[in-house]
Design a binder for this molecule. Structure first.
Ligand code: HH2
Length: 287
């Protein structure tokens, strides 16, 4: 479903580069995606960047700190429940004053949405990547929009409720297989797909730890892997701290994710994450 008329600022942007994700991943170093939540209720920074001027300031800061990609979301996915569903019009209203300017900052923008209508308009406004926390399995129109626009898509694992009895890697792999079939049927090119185990989504804290520990098993799909452990609750279970005090745990998780095969890291804290990744790579190189 798309809105009949694009709202101001969402006219078609012709300057979208071809598959920016593949170009970045080909650099052979971990790629850092900076998170910008234009929401009142995100789990770690809800309300902090709801004001458009503050959101743009944060977008500029993330890019200046070295973000390779900006991931902009206007609806909290609330990995731990309690998200307020946002109608498409409200999601667009939140994006309108931010997205067109963010697109001009010089790094590819990914749109974190589960709605085909939002994705279509965001792509027209210059968003270069679609990030779907339901892996093309929630809004069945999203695969078509991604295929028609020829943009890369991040397929994230998710489930309504955690089941501690599951072998979480087998569950994630089965979910990916379903998503990849939906993608293939819609005509999405395989080189346009990134897979993400969805840390914190429909998982117990132990299963989030397992997803990072056994990430390497998901390399069998032959697709780039993205991990977003930033500030998530499993960190609190290991070492209690509120979301804004989980940087150390986030970095530890992301370094291990990279060691286990992650090509892209999604983080709220770009400067600190990049520093950790660079030191990690330098130490490995100094052997
Ligand atoms: N996590 C969040 C949101 N989107 N997308 C991908 N691909 N992977 C993730 O791990 C992921 C994601 C949750 O974090 P955040 O955006 O900070 O919170 P909220 O959804 O509450 O806005």
């Amino acid at each position: 479903m798309t809105l009949a008329r694009p709202i101001a600022g969402f006219e078609r942007n012709q300057n979208r580069p071809p598959n920016p994700l593949a170009r970045l991943v080909a650099l052979g170093r971990p790629i850092v995606m900076g998170v910008l939540n234009v929401t009142p209720d995100s789990f770690s920074d809800g309300g902090q960047y709801f004001d458009p001027a503050t959101a743009l300031e944060q977008a500029r800061r993330l890019v200046a700190e070295g973000a390779d990609i900006l991931d902009i979301g206007a609806e909290s996915t609330r990995p731990y429940g309690g998200a307020v569903a946002v109608p498409i019009e409200e999601e667009m209203r939140r994006l309108a004053p931010v997205l067109p300017s963010a697109v001009s900052l010089g790094v590819p923008v990914s749109i974190d949405t589960m709605k085909a209508g939002v994705a279509a308009q965001a792509i027209d406004a210059g968003a270069a990547i679609v990030n779907d926390v339901w892996g093309l399995q929630r809004d069945r129109d999203l695969a078509r929009v991604v295929a028609e626009h020829g943009v890369p898509v991040i397929i994230m694992h998710n489930r309504e409720a955690a089941d501690p009895a599951l072998d979480i890697i087998a569950e994630i792999a089965a979910f990916f297989a379903r998503s990849l079939e939906i993608a293939a049927r819609a005509g999405i090119a395989r080189e346009n797909i990134v897979l993400d185990p969805g840390i914190g989504f429909g998982k117990t804290p132990e299963q989030s730890l397992t997803a990072i520990a056994r990430l390497g098993e998901l390399k069998s799909f032959g697709l780039p892997l993205l991990v977003g452990a930033s500030r998530k609750r499993f960190i609190d279970k290991v070492s209690p701290a509120p979301p804004d005090r989980r940087l150390g745990g986030s970095i530890a998780a992301h370094l291990l994710a990279v060691a286990n095969g992650a090509a892209i890291i999604r983080t709220h804290d770009v400067a600190e994450t990049l520093q950790a990744l660079r030191v990690d790579a330098a130490i490995r190189g100094a052997r």
